[in-house]
Write a new protein. Sequence first.
Length: 344
Amino acid sequence: MSGHDSKYFSTTKKGEIPELKEELNSQYKKDAVKKVIAAMTVGKDVSSLFTDVVNCMQTENLELKKLVYLYLINYAKSQPDLAILAVNTFVKVLLEFKEYATEVDVDFVRRAVRAIGRCAIKLERAAERCISVLLELIKIKVNYVVQEAIIVIKDIFRRYPNTYESIIATLCESLDTLDEPEAKASMIWIIGEYAERIDNADELLESFLETFPEEPSQVQLQLLTATVKLFLKKPTEGPQQMIQTWKSLPDSNEISKDFPAVVVNSVEATLDRLAASNMFFIAKRKHVNQEVLYLSAKIPRGIPFLIELTVAIGVPGLKCAVKSPSTDLAPLFFEAIETLLKGY
């Protein structure tokens, strides 16, 4: 902290709030807001100054506007019912910050977008207005703003399921611009969660599959989960996606094991038995005289697994391969499959 700034953290004097209120309505607004933020930083309740601070937004001074916004962002965390009173200013202010896209301002605007999301999640009555604000921000097509908005919209969708899905088409228009892992994972989650309402959900997921091996685990995990959801919601489209997902996973994410004593006499009966243990059929293909079956499973930790079973009907011997972003639990699947199918 510089010596110049330290003066704003001076000891509280009797009547500090009334004095700050007076200063906020004087020509010394910027210094007054700095004092308010300093008081807020050390845990003092300055919520009674909310209206006076927000009124300071009516200025051409960018630094003062940023100070006011820091105040608003803080109250979006702790008192969203106060912060939402100023939500109508969000679009106007953020559009102004668009013209000042330095590295510092980028971080500042990201925090502001997250504050809008917090308001929506904590205050149901404000959610619709916050969604409208976020859509306005997406329309300005500033990449980092679009990505941050998609991240917070995903959280709003989780808080209010089946409520705001009408905006998905607008979100999908920004698909090609996403290059941050959290934004990609958020968009993939939205596609998987609402796959039955998105006509080209399979094509959208396929665009992510093209770079699957290079994606970070956060994106891979979400893509696996979304692809399983696609199959469950659109059985005619999911199988091909699942096979492609399997092929896209690198070899380092695969563990396989042979079960020479296991004989599969009926594919249908085998699948029924596995389904009873939460291993669900997704797709199958022929390979020479063998059946290759693809299944999905999801353990309590939320990690999805893809399972590939290669069998020759009526002939001893079954090969099981497991692929997942985390293969440390693969032995549990091998043990379960052997127990379920041996002697069956």
